[in-house]
Write a protein that binds this ligand. Structure first.
Ligand code: HEM
Length: 207
């Protein structure tokens, strides 16, 4: 190995991939989302929209009132942290640099490469097109779940928002659909983090 290649590989392992604010916001968000989902399932069980209930063992809060307390406490964490992350993502140009541009052709090509195990993971600083779509999608879903949540929490104060979702009952279905999308994202997202452990290391230590 020449001095140049040694230097290049040292630089690659010590370069900051995720700045501290991304890591702090990411892990606060992960905790807030898990509390929101667990308590949300318990709240759902008190008045199910469909013909099933979530098993008690995977819900949080014991009963309706307890779950509501958890849900409304974690809601502040989720929203304040989400606003900080979104603001910094836009102001620092991170979203533009990391998540854009992304087009259907690149997504299909990277999806095909991923399904045939030919997708390269040697440069963690660049997201592939599938990651870009998933991350943009989950940011959009975050906005939908918060807006639909606000419209069923305060349907009088936010009546325009509730009307936008087609009324209180429809907003409940939208809120449930957004939760389902987040859970599906998490299954894929955590699965991928475990398949490529160095990406998990980078999200914890930054490098
Ligand atoms: C609880 C378990 C979680 C684990 C183990 C995990 C793991 C990771 C890892 C390893 C990365 C970097 C991966 C990469 O290089 O692509 C990442 C990035 C990301 N994760 Fe998670 N994550 C979790 C929860 C969540 C949740 C709940 C959300 C949102 C609902 C989320 C949204 C994101 C986003 C948007 C990024 C990109 C961040 C950026 O680059 O600005 N994650 N996650």
């Amino acid at each position: 190995m020449t001095a140049d290649t040694m230097h290049a590989s040292y630089a690659a392992t010590t370069r900051t991939i995720h700045p501290a604010w991304v890591r702090v916001c990411h892990w606060i968000n992960a905790v807030a989302i898990l509390v929101m989902i667990g308590s949300g399932w318990q709240i759902y069980n008190a008045s199910p929209l469909f013909g099933f209930a979530f098993p008690r063992a995977i819900t949080l809060g014991d009963w309706l009132a307890g779950a509501l307390l958890w849900h409304f406490a974690a809601m502040w964490l989720l929203v304040v942290n989400g606003l900080v992350y979104m603001t910094l993502g836009i102001v620092t140009g991170r979203f533009r640099r990391k998540l854009l541009p992304v087009g259907p052709r690149a997504v299909l090509a990277d999806l095909k490469a991923a399904l045939t195990f030919r997708l390269r993971h040697d440069d963690l600083a660049h997201y592939n097109a599938v990651q870009k779509v998933l991350y943009l999608g989950i940011l959009g879903t975050g906005v939908v779940i918060v807006a639909s949540g606000l419209s069923i929490w305060k349907p009088v104060q936010f009546q325009e928002l509730t009307a936008f979702f087609g009324g209180y009952d429809t907003a409940r279905y939208v809120h449930f659909a957004a939760m389902t999308a987040i859970v599906a994202f998490l299954v894929v997202h955590i699965g991928l983090a475990l398949i490529v452990p160095k990406s998990l290391r980078a999200m914890i230590f930054g490098r």
